[in-house]
Design a binder for this molecule. Structure first.
Ligand code: UDP
Ligand code: MG
Length: 320
């Protein structure tokens, strides 16, 4: 039985063939200076290019590089969950394959862990190579979710962080299908601390997150960590009822005092359309939650594995 690695790196890969050679060489130089026992678990998330072939070549050269090949593209959150199920290290660090998360930071993450922290998350001081709109929307999203979430989710923090084995075990127990990992990493608690870094642009290839995907990602985050969007409508309804009551009283008094006249077409239409709009929005919000409840109750496996390289556990079931 080989001894337990001190560090497991977890790399979700989707169409990353261009980045892998540089990534591995940069990782290797950092890991060499650290001089510890490590493994690198790569998850091929249904890549359409030669990512898998490239990974297998690296695995053949260095058995510490291990591969989980998923049956199709499941998305980054699920790819990471799949990886977390099979890492063996005393610490696990998920890191992007595109070198946006500088590997050199691993040294600082481990140093904090040795001080006794269970989660060390890397906060982005700056984000280079990302458009103004992406930075701004990310900023609004983080401040919104910080306000309405039931647990604090640190702003400007990606998935690049160190997790102690205890935390990984806790994460494995979470059965949710809708996995907003940044939220779950905070939800588990434990002793957490931050370090700061500058985020680089992608090395090669292009991001697979367009605005529509990011919007849905934001909805996933909000719906799985807050029920405020469901609840505000009752207060809104109460408010509107109260205003309507006052307006009703005003109309009754006005009719008694100055008799009947028949203007009010505009106000009627405005009120109907306004309330119709509000009702559709509330239905939409309820729909967002119901769709997610539906996803959960179906209880489909979180991911399916086609094959693995270098991973000893029997994965024949491959169910998350
Ligand atoms: N990724 C993945 N599955 C996907 C999309 C992305 O495993 O469906 C991986 C990708 O290979 C990279 C990481 O998730 O290692 C971050 O993706 P990307 O760089 O596209 O996102 P961004 O940095 O733009 O948020
Ligand atoms: Mg990236």
């Amino acid at each position: 039985m080989p001894s337990k690695p001190e560090l497991s790196l977890l790399i979700p890969c989707y169409n990353e063939e261009e980045n892998l050679p540089v990534l591995f060489s940069r990782l290797e130089s950092v890991l060499q200076t650290l001089n510890l026992n490590y493994e690198i678990v790569c998850i091929n998330d249904g890549s359409k290019d030669n990512t898998l072939k490239c990974l297998v070549e690296f695995h053949q050269r260095d058995k510490r590089i291990k591969i989980i090949n998923l049956s199709r593209n499941f998305g980054k959150e699920i790819a990471m969950s799949a990886g977390l199920d099979y890492t063996k290290g005393k610490t696990v660090i998920p890191i992007d394959a595109d070198l946006q998360d500088p590997p050199e930071l691993i040294i600082d993450l481990l140093a904090k862990w040795r001080e006794g922290y269970d989660v060390v998350y890397a906060v982005r001081k700056t984000r280079q190579g990302e458009s103004w709109i992406k930075r701004k929307t990310a900023e609004y999203f983080y401040s919104l979710i910080a306000k309405i979430s039931t647990i604090p989710i640190p702003a400007n923090t990606g998935d690049y962080r160190l997790l102690d084995e205890k935390v990984v075990k806790a994460l494995r127990k979470i059965p949710e299908r809708n996995r907003f990992m940044k939220g779950l990493f905070s939800w588990v608690g434990y002793k957490q601390t931050a370090i700061y870094f500058d985020r680089f642009p992608r090395y090669g290839g292009k991001t697979s997150f367009n605005y529509w995907k990011l919007w849905n990602f934001a909805l996933d985050g909000i719906t799985s960590f807050s029920s405020i969007p469901l609840k505000i409508w009752s207060y809104f309804g109460l408010f509107i009822s109260f205003i309507s009551l006052l307006y009703g009283l005003f109309l009754v008094l006005k009719t008694i005092i100055s008799g009947v006249d028949l203007p009010g077409y505009a106000s009627t239409i405005v009120a109907i359309l306004f309330l119709g709009g509000i009702q559709l929005i509330t239905l939409g919000v309820i729909g967002e939650y119901i769709a997610r409840i539906y996803e959960e109750v179906k209880q489909r496996p979180l991911y399916l594995i086609r094959e693995t390289y270098g991973i000893e556990d029997d994965l024949s079931s491959g169910f998350g």
